[in-house]
Design a binder for this molecule. Structure first.
Ligand code: TYD
Ligand code: MG
Length: 465
């Protein structure tokens, strides 16, 4: 008989016989905590309170004649797009993010937007039409964190009309909330970490409660055809059960990020059973809620001074979306035996590699220089396609000559000084062109107006200047 698990990870729910500093299942640090008896039983697979199905209902593949219910728009284009075209009736969305990032704001706006749509639909149907009420449904915004007055005040700030057709509730009782889903077209529940279900052991926010509440609500949403949106906080200390615990229970996981970018917020789909994870939504937090930023291509170039040496613009791809970012380098000669390397926004290993290639292949005296590298706007670039722009920014800073202001560059730099094409050349080229850049320096891509093709780093540096 194996020893029953006595410890669990509050981030991912994995269970362990012994305590450890790092969870071997999800890699999180300091998230393993002792389980209560009930949690241990749950983790061991017994003590599950769910009733067993009496008999399996099997259906032939071809039996369903009903068309799938249409999606529900939130009235927020960027959110609808990341969802894959709006909310799916009966689907469960989990939106995660750090406290204060704007989850309640986004969902308050989504609830107001959806209520406007359902309101219109309800009005369009003749009164007493079969199922009219159900189809029109209500929109519920339930909070377990705030008072109703706080939610009302936020919604007013978001521009809610006095007669907005949103219903509000303040409750942390998961059973009551699950029961309230009948006849509800959209329910927002903020947040899952403050819910509790009677009969389940542990505090709200604990692994057992979070799992049980989310499960009960997801079942109810499937049964009633309600689009359900759950809020899940991500906290750095791992004190409350993390949203990763719920990933398999929900259809869509959205992550709302952004403090690094000031007022900019990025919405990503980490998982999407009813759409793509290659979509990115951009918002700005303003005085009356989140404003959409549908045209983000040149967002990070706003304050650029193209005449300063040491910068180069690069079209990067993030979740399928092309953004033009400015890679900056400052190279300062030093006599210190250990020159400084400071990197923000790029992978320090790639920066070290590009420096080594420039030293070796172009003979640049970078070994006797401090090098500072930055990507403006706080953007973090993951792809090696930024290598070439970085190399040009470094060469530009060292020579004191600015890269031409209408040039963008991209491509991966190899150790031998060779350049490798980056994915989706045409998408990058089109975006650069759209934003007024005339010259495109990159390997691959072939001939074309303004296209400078270089296959080696030394040739690229000569072409750029
Ligand atoms: P909130 O949605 O409460 O964050 P979360 O639910 O993720 O914890 O938003 C928090 C911040 O957003 C808060 O600091 C105030 C700011 N904010 C605005 O700047 N403009 C607005 O219109 C609103 C409603 C909030
Ligand atoms: Mg909130």
């Amino acid at each position: 008989m194996p020893k029953p698990p006595a410890f669990g990870c509050t981030a991912c729910g994995a269970s362990f016989a012994r305590w450890a500093g790092r969870c071997t299942a999800c890699g999180a640090m300091n998230t393993i905590a002792e389980l209560t008896k009930a949690e241990a039983r749950l983790a061991a697979g017994s003590g599950d309170a769910r009733p067993r199905a009496a008999a399996l209902v099997r259906e032939p593949f071809a039996s369903s004649s009903a068309a799938p219910a249409p999606r529900l728009s939130t009235g927020i284009g960027e959110l609808d797009r990341v969802l894959g075209g709006g909310l799916v009736p009966g689907g469960v969305v989990l939106i995660t993010g750090e406290p204060g990032i704007g989850k309640s704001t986004l969902l308050g706006q989504a609830a107001l937007g959806a209520a406007q749509q359902t309101g219109a639909l309800g009005a369009a149907l003749p009164s007493g039409a079969l199922g009219a009420e159900r189809q029109a449904g209500s929109v519920l915004y339930a909070t377990a964190e705030e008072s109703l007055e706080q939610v009302r005040a936020r919604m007013r700030r978001l521009g809610a009309a006095a007669d907005a057709r949103v219903e509000l509730a303040a409750s942390g009782d998961a059973a009551a909330l699950a029961a309230a889903l009948a006849g509800t077209r959209l329910a927002v529940i903020d947040s899952v970490q403050l819910l509790a279900l009677d009969g389940v052991d542990g505090e709200p926010g604990g692994v057992a409660q979070v799992k049980a509440c989310a499960h009960a609500l997801a079942q109810a949403a499937k049964a009633t055809g309600t689009a359900l949106v759950l809020v899940g906080h991500v906290t750095k200390d791992g004190g409350v059960a993390g949203p990763r615990l719920l990933e398999h229970l929900v259809d869509v996981v959205l992550s709302f990020e952004g403090d690094r970018y000031g007022d900019l917020r990025i919405l990503r789909a980490l998982k999407n059973r009813s759409g793509s994870t290659q979509e990115l939504g951009l918002f700005r937090m303003g005085g009356s809620g989140l404003e959409e930023v549908p045209d983000a291509g040149g967002l990070f170039l706003a304050d650029r001074d193209p005449d300063v040496p040491g910068t180069c613009v690069c079209p990067v791809l993030d979740a399928g979306r092309c953004l033009l970012v400015e890679v900056q380098a400052l190279v300062n000669p030093t006599t210190s035996p250990q020159p400084q390397r400071r990197v923000a926004g790029l992978d320090p290993n790639r920066v070290a590699m590009v420096l080594a290639v420039l030293t070796r292949r172009l003979g640049l005296p970078l070994g006797q220089a401090d090098v500072f590298v930055n990507v403006t706007g706080g953007v973090r670039v993951q792809e090696p396609a930024a290598d070439l722009a970085l190399a040009l920014a470094i060469a530009s800073s060292l020579r004191g000559i600015a890269v031409p202001s209408d040039l963008v560059a991209f491509g991966e730099v190899g150790l031998g000084g060779e350049l490798r094409p980056a994915a989706r050349y045409d998408a990058r080229a089109a975006e650069a062109r759209r934003l007024g850049f005339q010259k495109l320096l990159a390997p691959g891509g072939g001939q074309g107006r303004g296209r400078l093709v270089a296959t080696r780093i030394d040739a690229a540096v000569e072409m750029a200047f």
